[in-house]
Design a protein around this ligand. Sequence first.
Ligand SMILES: [Zn+2]
Length: 413
Amino acid sequence: MEYQNLRVNGRRLQESLEEMARIGATEGGGVHRLALSEEDKQARDLFVKWLQEIGLKVTIDDMGNIFGRRPGKKDDLPSVMCGSHIDTQPKGGRFDGILGVMGGLEVLRTLNDNEIETLRSIVVANWTNEEGTRFSPPMAGSGVWTGKLDKHWIYDRTDMQGKKFGEELERIGYKGNILSKPDPIYAYFEYHIEQGPVLEKENMIIGAPEGIVGMRWCDVYVSGTANQVGPTPMEGRNDALCAAAEMILTINALPQKMGGNMVATVGEIHNFPNSRNIIPDHVHFTVDIRSWDDDRSQSAWIDAKENFQAIANRRGCSVRIEETWQVDHMPFDQRLVTRVLDTAQQLGYPVLKMRSGAGHDAGYLSMVAPTAMIFVPSIGGRSHVEVENTKWEDCESGANVLLQCMLQCAIEA
Ligand SMILES: [Zn+2]
């Protein structure tokens, strides 16, 4: 059979995505499947079952990363891998992450249906805790696997209830007994929704990112003095929430001040004691700064810290800053990016070279293996929300690009 004529089964891919979307389904049509939760466990169980049904060898490492492996004729050659994540944001969407995992599964099912033998083995992976919303930082599974994050530090990270990552991983039965470390990988592909508006706006079906922007995550803790709101005059208050409010606006103003294609966001805030008649004395908020230009991010962060200190001083508060996580911009492998572009073109899909503003496991993977991503459009550019959506035919098109790209790599000596 001519490999070029091989196509995935779009109907089956849709059904798998629909079945996965029932696990953690929300009333608003989204999915709530936080890392290492009961829903994460259920979706993992289903994924493992589907891998085993097509005769794949399944391994689980001690970070809970799941690998389904289809052997090649020369099994000692570095394998061709694809992967993404099963976990979602709180009240997240039906496509973020799971599309890449189900897309990979569909590629393997297609190869089996057509009894295709490849030279190299093909692996599909589910990376643990990509979202980083229940446990920070994000991309914990791929970060440890690639040796960029410390496993024991990750095990000790806690969620808002004080539950530890390592204990939750054990509780759901996915702390495997294989050491989390990289195998030799010939090529890594991650198939994902764009999560932005560009492809839709440009009438494109496939996006080929040349890399991922750099990201910094910080946690900011502001402390003031609590007091009764009535008898305490305005003058001389140490209101932690007012200080935080000013700090948040300086973050919002950073991208314009710094220039370039930077974005900066405060997305999470906790106010204590959070009572209408007590002056707040503790506030914790998060900062996220992203840019392709690492130096610019660095300057932006220095500027932000100076602002925070000045605001805290002026309002009689103190500020503590924890620099939680940071990665520089991550360029992908030129040869594989070109392969995605060429393959999409050969298949007749309009394709755009772009950048990813969102972080992905592919970022860490790109540090240890040649890596590229395949994007498909997000309707209305919406993601990390319940209305997140992608046309089924686009899901199928992206999976065909994934299939062809992986096949081309898997038959190369
Ligand atoms: Zn994702």
